[in-house]
Design a protein around this ligand. Structure first.
Ligand SMILES: *Cc1c(COP(=O)(O)O)cnc(C)c1O
Length: 357
């Protein structure tokens, strides 16, 4: 009984402030003109930000808190806007997380190769050590090994699910165990969640105060060109990240385009459904290509396949004008190619080319 009570208390006293870098805790954020006054812009005369007063659609600074985009995302994802932070692509969001929690030349992060390359690039830029625990043969996290690798300077564990480049989602049980046992920040990168049959972890934010979920408009939402990355976390974590983000990190054109596209009812859902149908077709066609020895199951909009000689097949496809990704140098991905699911026509071109090699 005593034990039970103690355990519950331990969980509720998790304090994010113990993880934030001292420099960041002491920081006084830059307060922009538009931060200080947000009003009904139609009725106001704005002479506070030294802008050019002649209207052209972009002569004013953008909303530093991206209210319009957040309202739409909060409806679509069924989450409070206070739990959302937006950035210039996921890359900026991930960089903010590094700068909030990882002390250069002291702290480390844990990554699980083969995985998305940006975690280690950002760690290197920020002078943060990288501890790698390779995924198992079926590309799942090795929970015990991960827990044994963690030390007192381990601040962030990156879980990419569905994982790039393998395409699979991580076991919910493993993720939950890691969230419970790792006392640092667990970032779940859900860039491909909208293609997955699994639920997003954003539904579980209240249960896990150390959980940060990242998503993006670059994949399922069809807006890679506008650079808009999303972070969902507790209000405590969001306010730390807000205190270090550049004031106008999401530009006006990006905000306008995101609002326009996200407002079109069922657009993303319909496109995702089309892509999933095409994924099924593509997988069955790939299975009949004679030099493909394995088509990995996919919970994303790409498929990882094992071939006889990845570099040779990659070069042959380039010669036919088809660009795919050669992942053969990644741990656990020897002779593997990553193929994005395209339109019906594009997939036909790919299959025809593969069958003609
Ligand atoms: C494509 C991708 C992203 C998206 O990055 P953006 O900067 O938002 O375009 C993030 N994580 C993973 C794993 C990806 O594959």
């Amino acid at each position: 009984m005593m034990n039970q009570v103690h355990k519950t208390t331990m969980k509720t006293v998790f304090d994010i402030n113990n993880l934030v870098r001292p420099t960041i805790k002491a920081l006084k954020p830059y307060s922009s003109a538009r931060d200080e006054f947000q009003g009904n812009s139609n009725a106001m005369v704005f002479l506070d930000a030294n802008e050019n007063p002649f209207e052209n659609g972009v002569n004013r600074y953008p909303d530093p808190q991206q209210g319009g985009v957040k309202t739409l995302l909060s409806e679509i994802k069924k989450i409070n806007a206070k739990n959302i932070l937006l950035g210039n692509g996921s890359d900026e969001v991930l960089d903010l997380i590094f700068r909030a929690f990882c002390e250069p030349n002291k702290d480390n992060i844990i990554i699980l190769p083969p995985t998305y390359g940006m975690y280690s690039v950002l760690a290197n830029i920020n002078a943060i050590d990288i501890k790698e625990v390779q995924l198992s043969d079926n590309y799942q996290p090795k929970v015990e090994t991960i827990l044994n690798t963690i030390d007192s300077n381990s601040k962030i564990l990156f879980l990419c699910s569905p994982n790039n480049p393998t395409g699979n989602s991580f076991s919910g049980q493993s993720v939950e165990e890691l969230l419970n046992k790792f006392k640092g920040i667990v970032v779940i990168d859900e860039a491909y969640i909208d293609f997955s049959k699994e639920n997003s972890w954003i539904d579980r934010l209240e249960e896990f105060p150390n959980l940060v979920v990242t998503q993006t408009l670059s994949k399922a939402y069809g807006m890679a060109g506008i650079r808009l990355g999303i972070c969902y976390a507790s209000t405590e974590i969001i306010s730390v990240l807000n205190s270090i983000k550049p004031p106008y990190n999401v530009n006006e054109l990006t905000q306008q385009k995101a609002i326009q596209q996200l407002s079109i009812k069922d657009l993303a859902i319909n496109q995702i459904n089309d892509i999933l149908k095409e994924r099924t077709n593509l997988i069955s066609e790939l299975e009949s290509v004679n030099f493909i020895s394995k088509v990995h199951p996919s919970d994303a909009n790409f498929v990882l396949v094992k071939v006889d000689d990845a570099t040779k097949r990659y070069d042959q496809l380039i010669d036919k004008g088809i660009v795919i990704r050669n992942r053969t140098t990644q741990p656990g991905c020897e002779n593997c190619l990553r193929l994005t699911v395209g339109t019906k026509e594009e997939n036909k071109i790919l299959i025809k080319a593969l069958k003609g090699l």
